[in-house]
Structure formats: structure tokens, C-alpha cells
Design a protein around this ligand. Structure first.
Ligand SMILES: [Zn+2]
Length: 298
């Protein structure tokens, strides 16, 4: 990712801080794409350890694939929240002097920490070690306690040009993608680029786009309804696939709202309604089928 182009203001801020050897103890990155927020914060950490931004790639600090002074706290795939034990481990790590000269603890999806974790973290950021910097990454800063927020320098990590950002992200993942597939991917990811991290291959893109197209025409066509049910039945295994359908359909509709007219608006509202139900442990397939039902309380 060409961060200098995507986040020029934030980039030059950190170039200055690294040049002046002045890095604060805690930063909050509010971002649109949490995976990219994580990648960017690791990039900043590695730049500081190297001494220049971007890092040189061959000095004694750059040789580590995983630097011993960078600790990433991330929720497990199966977990709903970040584990308290992992947060405790990170806090312990933050207090032990570094292997190099500085340490970084990075919290991915910081809003998914528990109350207990926030309390433990607050105590640590209130009396920070001078050799440790905390990066909190989140797309939902409003869910973090004010006591934590007030200790952090706030950074807004939003791409200067969204289309450029999404194209770069797509080319990184699908190097040889054709123009038609590229357009489809932009259509289904532009509201929520993090969906690109969850899509496994080009086949899955086609499946999602087919599902969305049938979903749209199924609003007033019986055969499309049958095709939609068949495809969803094959594709959806659990909540992850159901979420991918909702995210990509939402983006597709927003991008094409003028073309879709009334049906687009109607579908947008239905998606909002069913999204709640997915998180309520209802059967994900049944929840998605509700998108073609007439029942407005689905
Ligand atoms: Zn280096």
C-alpha cells in the first residue's frame, strides 16, 4: 500500500515525529478499514524502530519478520470480544524494558475489548513507561470509554481518495484481476473495504455479485426469487457468509442507487432490519431469505 499517497497528512505527521524522535505514549487511530489501520500502525512502529519512514528494510531492526518490540492484540476469529488474558499479557509486555529502545502495543478493533480490559489498560496509560507507545485501532471510537480517549492523541485514518485506496487494496490481493472483475469488486467493497480481507477468491466475488443481482430482481420477479434461494442455500454456511452478503449488497446498492430507484431504497431498509437478526443468533440462512420476503418486520 502506498501510504504516502493514501494518507498524506498522517504520513507527514509521523515522518516529522520520527525525525524528531518524539513519539507520544498513546494514539487512537479512528479508521474506516481496521485491517488497514492495523497494517499502517505496524508500518509506523517499524519505521520508528528503523529510524526512517518508510523503514529501510535491511538494518538490524528491519531484519526481524516479527519485531520482538511490537505486540499486536487481536480478537480470535471465533471470539466475540478481545480476550482479557491477552490484554493482560500485552500490559505486562509494555512494562518490561525493550529489546531495542522502544516498544509498541497495538490493539486491533479496540472497541471490542471488555470493560475489565479497559480498566486494566487505563491504569497503564495513566502511568505510562517512557519506552512504550500504545496504538488503538478502531472504526467505532464512540464505543471507547472517555477516560481512555482523553489519554490518546487522535488520528483520523481515512483515505484521501477512496477509489484509489480500494483499487490498491484489490491489486494487492488479486494481482492479475481483469477490468470486469475489478469493477464488480469496487461495486461491492467501496462502502466497506474490509470485506476484501474476507473474500477468498474471484469465484466468491462472482457468487456474491450473482446473489446481489438476483436479490434486486427478486423484488418483483418469481424466477429470480428461486435462483436467489438456491444460490444463498449453497453459499451460506454460517454468519460470516451472511454478513458478507449484507455488506456487499449494501455497498452495491449505495453505489448504484440512482439506477436501482425505488427497489434500491426498499432493499437498503430491509438490509438494516435483517442485520440485527444475524447478530441475534437466528439461523443466518433464514435471515438472508427474509430479504426477499414482503414482511417489513423481518
Ligand atoms: Zn531499517
Amino acid at each position: 500500500m502506498d501510504y504516502e499517497k493514501i494518507y498524506p497528512d498522517v504520513y507527514s505527521l509521523f515522518v516529522r515525529e520520527i525525525g524528531n524522535h518524539k513519539i507520544a505514549n498513546a494514539y487512537l487511530f479512528s479508521c474506516m478499514d481496521e485491517q488497514d489501520g492495523l497494517n499502517f500502525s505496524v508500518f509506523v512502529a517499524r519505521s520508528l524502530l528503523c529510524g526512517i519512514m518508510p523503514p529501510c528494510g535491511f538494518c538490524s531492526q528491519c531484519v526481524f519478520e516479527n519485531h520482538p518490540d511490537v505486540f499486536v492484540v487481536k480478537k480470535g476469529d471465533e471470539d466475540e470480544r478481545v480476550k482479557v488474558e491477552l490484554v493482560r499479557e500485552a500490559i505486562k509486555f509494555s512494562k518490561i524494558p525493550p529489546y531495542s529502545f522502544h516498544k509498541f502495543v497495538i490493539f486491533h478493533q479496540a472497541h471490542l475489548m471488555t470493560q475489565q480490559s479497559f480498566s486494566a489498560l487505563l491504569k497503564t496509560v495513566e502511568e505510562p513507561k517512557s519506552f512504550t507507545t500504545f496504538f488503538l485501532i478502531t472504526s467505532k471510537p464512540e464505543l471507547l470509554p472517555l477516560t481512555i480517549l482523553s489519554r490518546c492523541i487522535k488520528i483520523r485514518l481515512f483515505p484521501k481518495n477512496l477509489d484509489d485506496f480500494i483499487k490498491q487494496k484489490i491489486y494487492e490481493k488479486f494481482r492479475e484481476i481483469g477490468q470486469d472483475d475489478l469493477k464488480m469488486l469496487i461495486d461491492i467493497s467501496f462502502l466497506n473495504p474490509s470485506i476484501l480481507d474476507k473474500i477468498s477468491d474471484l469465484q466468491e466475488i462472482h457468487t456474491l455479485v450473482d446473489i446481489i443481482k438476483f436479490l434486486i430482481s427478486a423484488q418483483d420477479d418469481k424466477i429470480s426469487k428461486l435462483n436467489f434461494v438456491k444460490l444463498v442455500d449453497e453459499y451460506v454456511q454460517g454468519r460470516d457468509e451472511a454478513r458478507k452478503i449484507l455488506d456487499s449488497a449494501e455497498a452495491f446498492i449505495a453505489k448504484n442507487i440512482e439506477k436501482l430507484g425505488k427497489n434500491g431504497v426498499k432493499l437498503k431498509d430491509k438490509i438494516k432490519l435483517v442485520r440485527r437478526n444475524i447478530e441475534l443468533f437466528l439461523n443466518p440462512k433464514a435471515v438472508i431469505f427474509n430479504l426477499i420476503g414482503e414482511d417489513q418486520n423481518c
